[in-house]
Design a binder for this molecule. Sequence first.
Ligand SMILES: Cc1cc2nc3c(=O)[nH]c(=O)nc-3n(C[C@H](O)[C@H](O)[C@H](O)COP(=O)(O)OP(=O)(O)OC[C@H]3O[C@@H](n4cnc5c(N)ncnc54)[C@H](O)[C@@H]3O)c2cc1C
Length: 407
Amino acid sequence: MNLSFSPEYEAFRADVRAFVAEHWTAADAAATEVDPDSVAAMTGAAVRTDERAASFRTLAIERGYLYRHVPRAYGGSEQPPDPLKAVIIAEEFKAAKAPFEIMGQGPSMLVPTLLEHGTEAQKQRFVRDTLVGKIRWCQGYSEPGAGSDLASLRTKAELDGDHWVVNGQKIWTSSAQEAEWMFALVRTEPDRPKHDGITYMLIEMNSPGIDVRPLRQMTGDVDFSEVFFENVRVPADGVIGERGQGWVVSRSTLKHERALIGNAALQRRTFDGLLLLAQTVELRGGRAIDDPVIRDRLVAVETRLLAAERHGQRLLTLSARGEDPGFAAMVPKLYATGLSYDIAKLAMDVQGDKGLLAIGEEQAHFSGMFTVAYMWSLGILIAGGTANIQRNIIAERGLGMPREVRK
Ligand SMILES: Cc1cc2nc3c(=O)[nH]c(=O)nc-3n(C[C@H](O)[C@H](O)[C@H](O)COP(=O)(O)OP(=O)(O)OC[C@H]3O[C@@H](n4cnc5c(N)ncnc54)[C@H](O)[C@@H]3O)c2cc1C
């Protein structure tokens, strides 16, 4: 099997490399502390979104390298789908530590939803600024008592003249502390069946009556918050799709959230780090990577990683052809998050006792990044729909098994 790129694609790679070298200098790369596909980037919290990064992204969009699926009218580069070019661009930008597409909830989840369901005015107002990181978003779905059973949400919005008045509470809202806007699900028709009475709404986070209370997680960081709403006024045109049709609109966002979390780039990065760790660390009197048990486990997880990457390319090819991936698209979230856990668990075992050291501790390997990765791997098994819920979806919608009883 020949997996090398054809001369046409190698020429394309040379163009991308020259563009990046011209516009993103070594000094820019040195000032970029967070790799665009790092663990933190999953929440959109730590990606570079300063003016310098925004101006580079604007140039890269003009050149046709970023947001290739988004029309130019809304700030994308509107290129014909080409999975191989997409892979080459990602590789070259990553090698130069150049700002890539922002993986946060705005560009990855809200933008596709707006393109599918938004009005022309909403697309013009939000898409471009979101793509380059000028507007940061958070996702207000979960509530105490409404996580897996999301349709039970109770935060309500009532129409008062030309404004909605919102009251209630969201929880586990990633990046709420930094976000300028929230896309939220609120109950507008309390008398209708629970899936029918929900509306998808855009809420400005500095509106009077919003109280953001950060939650500290076990990594020691604060990546999500509780958000309280007390008589928060939202202009009537802040609704995406029809009033009461928010459940349908939210399906679109959730599909993209699971694709984001199921993207194998995150597992590749952690695995590459794990290899480096295994070459560095001593275990049972030699390098960990020379230990037969560790080698065996490394091969086992890398095999699964390669399968995840090939599956991702298969999905990309299907989407480039405009074909519906069906069942194949339901698998990555469950598969990738389980793999994340196994890679991080192996890294913990390789580290032995040092895996217990606190993050940033002098003697911790790689500043404790694998301990963080291990803790995060537990979180992403839950975020965007738990592993159990993914199994239900695969069983019911993918394999056609009987539906579980709905309350
Ligand atoms: C890192 C992280 C980031 C997050 N970011 C956001 C965010 O930005 N915005 C947001 O709105 N939410 C966010 N969430 C919340 C997330 O969507 C919910 O935690 C998730 O949907 C699960 O809901 P829950 O916590 O209420 O658990 P529950 O729904 O109470 O589930 C508890 C347990 O019961 C199991 N369970 C529940 N129902 C079933 C069933 N029908 N069949 C089988 N098992 C079942 C679950 O699998 C789980 O093990 C985030 C969560 C995490 C961990």
